[in-house]
Every structure is written in structure tokens, then in C-alpha cells.
Write a protein that binds this ligand. Structure first.
Ligand SMILES: Cc1cc2nc3c(=O)[nH]c(=O)nc-3n(C[C@H](O)[C@H](O)[C@H](O)COP(=O)(O)OP(=O)(O)OC[C@H]3O[C@@H](n4cnc5c(N)ncnc54)[C@H](O)[C@@H]3O)c2cc1C
Length: 295
């Protein structure tokens, strides 16, 4: 199916973009890399009257780091993350996973803002970012707010954003010492993940017990899922294989995967169990191996 006619708008600033979006809340759609939106437009599922291309707004494509942490501009592409020395040094988990995401065409143009703002369940960055307690900066024509990323997602392809709001930045604090993060995904041979599991732990260096933990699942429900019961089991515990096993069991019970061509509900739960166990094991190993900085 071909594309329907639309009016193409190329705002020069974030404020201008938000103003257009606010003028046409029902009829306008943001176009960043276009990797997701164009597919929907070609299929006639989305038919915007106004296409608001934000890609040429300057100063939205950057990866900045200082003592407080990382700031990633919303127009930063997957490929920018993949090849960034700053990301490799400070968030190597992202450098590790990026080559597995989609394909080089999507990674070259698909943006971080689009990955989050589209709120597709089958994605990898949200569980990793949530495990890092990432926040998003959101701008409107008049103001800005900063929101924990976890609160952005409210349903299948649904965020809490107002139609006139734009994600402009992802903010991640400098990970503390004795911190380890591991994300694992199972793709069932497709470009997109079928199941993803992120585990992050901070350990007490003396006792080697877990001081803080995040367990976040992706693709197995309408939004990324923080498994707080699993996090509570980890906190205060020393690593044992049975602990990782238990956390895997809890995660498998907590999620609600849909059976589809990527696997039945049962199959996906079994994968959640295995991936989460392995992610917890590896997160502890990384925390022990990195007394001074995160890996
Ligand atoms: C074949 C394929 C395979 C994929 N595989 C993976 C994968 O393995 N892992 C993974 O994580 N992702 C995967 N993706 C998703 C990919 O990461 C996203 O398509 C991409 O990041 C979206 O970015 P974009 O800039 O192209 O968004 P666009 O297509 O330009 O925009 C889509 C929508 O996102 C919203 N949006 C865009 N930018 C903003 C913003 N700044 N603020 C608010 N809302 C915004 C708007 O609603 C917009 O209409 C895959 C996509 C495809 C097509």
C-alpha cells in the first residue's frame, strides 16, 4: 500500500515542534528516524495529516558525560550508541547489546527517543535503562519535566506523554561502585527480541551481600515490567546459584507473555526463567569484578 498525502513540517527548534504538535494533537505525528512510523504509514495503520520531522532540530543528537552521569539526546541513533567510546566505557552493557538490535538499517536511523516514545513492547533499551534508573526529559511549548523512565510506559504502544510533548533527553546517573548489570535477550531468529531480562545489583564490598537490585523484563507484557518481588529477594542476600534460580522462578511467574509466532506463553515463561537466572549470576559477577566502576 502507498503512502497517503500529508503535509510535511520541519521545525527548527523543540519549541516549534511542540507548538505544531499542540496545534494538531490528533492529526500530527512525530517523525524521527522513521523506522517504526513509516511501516505503519505504509500499511495504512497510521495516517497523519501532518508529519513533524524533528530530525533536523540541532543539539538533540549527543552523548555527554560528566561526573553526574550520562545525557543522551533523543535523536541519538542506535548506531551512535553502538560505536560510542563513552558508552563503551561507562555503560558497556549498551555497547554489548546494540549489535544485536534489529539490523544495521534500523540502527543507523532509529533513534533513542523513537525507541522510547513509540512504546513498542518488543524492544531492548527500556529494560536496560529502567534497570539503571534512567529518567527522561520531556519538553512542551512552555515548560519541561523530568520523569523516571519506568513511568513513561502505560500500555501497548502507549506512553503518558501528552500529544504536544517531546522526549528530548535520557539521563542516567553515574553507576555506583560495586555495581553490575547484565541484560540478556532471546530473539527467536527475528530482528526483534521475543524476551528480554535485565538484572542490576549493587553489592556491599565487605559482606558481598546485595545492597540494591533491579530486575526488569521486556517483551512479556504491555510495558517493561519491574519485578519488585524478585528485587526484594535479592536485597540482603549473598549470591548463591539457588538464589538466582529463585529469582528466575519469581520473574517467570510475574510476567504475562502473549503466545505468538515467537513462542507460546509457556515457552516464553521458561525463557524468562533461564535468562533472569543467568542475568542475576552475571550481574553479581560484574559487581564483584568492578569495585570502582560499573560494568
Ligand atoms: C525491523 C525492526 C526491528 C527492530 N528491532 C528492535 C530490537 O531488536 N530492539 C529494539 O530495542 N528495538 C527494535 N526496533 C525498534 C527500533 O528501535 C525503533 O524502530 C526505533 O528506535 C524507533 O525510532 P525512530 O526514530 O525510527 O522512530 P520513528 O519511527 O520516527 O517514530 C515512531 C514514533 O515514536 C514516537 N517518537 C519518536 N521520537 C519521539 C520523541 N523524541 N519524543 C516522543 N515521541 C517520539 C512518535 O510517536 C513517533 O511517531 C526495531 C524496529 C524495526 C522496524
Amino acid at each position: 500500500m502507498g503512502l497517503r498525502n500529508f503535509e510535511y513540517i520541519e521545525p527548527k527548534t523543540v519549541k516549534e515542534a511542540c507548538e505544531v504538535l499542540s496545534r494538531y494533537p490528533e492529526e500530527a505525528r512525530i517523525y524521527a528516524g522513521g523506522t517504526s512510523l513509516l511501516l505503519l504509514m505504509k500499511q495504512g495503520i497510521v495516517r497523519p495529516t501532518y508529519l513533524v520531522n524533528i530530525k533536523r532540530i540541532p543539539k538533540m543528537r549527543y552523548i555527554n558525560s560528566d561526573s553526574a552521569g550520562l545525557r543522551i539526546g533523543a535523536l541519538t541513533t542506535h548506531h551512535d550508541l553502538e560505536v560510542s567510546p563513552v558508552i563503551e566505557q561507562q555503560l558497556p552493557m549498551i555497547s554489548e547489546i546494540e549489535p544485536q538490535i534489529a539490523n544495521i538499517r534500523v540502527r543507523s536511523t532509529g533513534t533513542v527517543g523513537g525507541n522510547l516514545g513509540f512504546a513498542e513492547p518488543l524492544t531492548d533499551l527500556p529494560p536496560i535503562f529502567i534497570a539503571l534508573d534512567a529518567r527522561v526529559r520531556i519538553e512542551t511549548p512552555e515548560s519541561e519535566r523530568v520523569l523516571p523512565l519506568e513511568e513513561l510506559f502505560v500500555g501497548y504502544y502507549e506512553t503518558c506523554l501528552e500529544p504536544y510533548e517531546l522526549i528530548t533527553e535520557v539521563q542516567i546517573d553515574q553507576p555506583p561502585a560495586n555495581f553490575g548489570l547484565k541484560y540478556l535477550r532471546f530473539s527467536a531468529g527475528s530482528d526483534k527480541p521475543a524476551v528480554g531480562s535485565a538484572a542490576a545489583v549493587r553489592i556491599n564490598p565487605k559482606s558481598r551481600t546485595c545492597a540494591d537490585a533491579r530486575v526488569v523484563l521486556g517483551c512479556v507484557g504491555p510495558t517493561p515490567l519491574r519485578v519488585r518481588e524478585a528485587e526484594d529477594v535479592l536485597k540482603g542476600s549473598e549470591f548463591r546459584p539457588e538464589l538466582a534460580e529463585q529469582v528466575g522462578e519469581i520473574a517467570a511467574r510475574a510476567c504475562s507473555p502473549l503466545g505468538d509466532i515467537r513462542g507460546s506463553e509457556e515457552h516464553k515463561r521458561a525463557i524468562v526463567r533461564v535468562l533472569t537466572r543467568q542475568a542475576v549470576e552475571e550481574a553479581f559477577a560484574r559487581a564483584v569484578a568492578n569495585p570502582a566502576k560499573q560494568h
